[in-house]
Write a protein that binds this ligand. Structure first.
Ligand code: GLU
Ligand code: ZN
Length: 301
């Protein structure tokens, strides 16, 4: 069942695989600002399908980190409790089993005339016409339509068009260990939860056309995307948990005021704010930034 249309609905969708670092916190803040600046509803969705990577403690630490920063949400979802909706969507897609390992995929690309032209290897369809010989557990791949799909980013007015067979290849929608793939789950969830606006990290931008293609194939309504710049450390490297980037929990435990951390996150975007500030105080600045980034003259505050 689809939620009724009309109202703006946004979400923050962390993977509970570890502690939140400042980069995640900034994306969480911006997603919240967008929802609240529109008077919309805002959801927290734990993307916890990959049980091997999930850390049980991360759910609660994430909730408390968000609350400490001053962010709230109207409903919470766990993907791990929604397996039936992914199964249902998957059954409506044209898929085939694929037993290729990553190494075999790379070898097949080398053997074929077309060299990989993107950063990620494009699956050449090795198993597409093969009558199943299940010697090992098979992933399921969605046979992508032979069409060009474009994505649009409303923050910076970016446009990205990909010819699915050449630029993307047949997409894994269920892994060989039975885990539903991120691309499928995110598209199904955003549609069934009535999400109208997606605010997330820029690292997912090049995956957006395939998600749009899944939406179209499954008959879901389009969503408006905004991809946020990733937070860089002093050396210009992308912040990641593994590099020991400061965790929100450590800052919280250190007795630092949350308003100071919110202020630091806003300043990292170049926003001119006092040393301590609440997320709600930032709503007017978000509006100006959102309008400016898209090249529309900013409104006066
Ligand atoms: N769960 C994804 C992440 O942690 C975000 C997915 C999305 O926002 O579409 O990066
Ligand atoms: Zn294969």
């Amino acid at each position: 069942m689809l939620e009724p249309q009309g109202e703006m609905v946004g979400r923050f969708a962390p993977s509970p695989t570890g502690a939140m670092h400042l980069g995640n916190a900034r994306t969480a803040l911006l997603a919240w600002l967008h929802s609240r600046s529109r008077g919309g509803r805002h959801f927290l969705r734990f993307e916890d399908l990959d049980s091997g990577r999930v850390r049980g403690w991360a759910y609660d630490v994430t909730r408390r980190d968000l609350e400490w920063l001053g962010l709230d949400w109207d409903a919470e979802y766990l993907q791990s409790r929604r397996l039936d909706v992914y199964a249902d969507a998957l059954s409506r897609l044209d898929t085939y089993p694929c037993t290729c390992t990553r190494r075999e995929v790379l070898a097949a690309i080398e053997d074929s005339a077309g060299a990989p032209h993107g950063e990620e290897p494009v699956y050449p369809g090795t198993c597409a016409g093969v009558v199943t010989r299940h010697t090992r557990p098979a992933a399921l791949r969605w046979r992508v339509p032979a069409s060009t799909v474009c994505a649009h980013d409303a923050l910076r007015d970016w446009r990205l068009c990909q010819f699915l067979p050449d630029d993307v290849g047949d997409v894994v929608v269920r892994r060989s260990d039975g885990v539903y793939a991120y691309h499928l789950a995110v598209v199904v969830d955003d549609a069934l939860m009535g999400v109208t606006d997606v605010v997330r990290g820029e690292d997912l931008w090049t995956a957006t056309p395939r998600q749009v293609a899944l939406q179209v194939t499954l008959g879901y309504p389009p969503v408006e995307y905004r991809h946020m710049p990733l937070m860089k450390d002093f050396e210009g490297q992308r912040l990641a948990k593994r590099d020991g980037a400061p965790g929100v929990r450590e800052l919280r435990d250190s007795g630092r005021p949350a308003g100071g951390v919110v202020s630091a996150l806003a300043r990292s975007l170049g926003w001119d704010v006092p040393e301590e500030i609440t997320p709600r105080d930032l709503i007017p600045l978000w509006r100006v930034w959102d309008a400016r980034e898209a090249g529309v003259p900013g409104t006066q505050t």
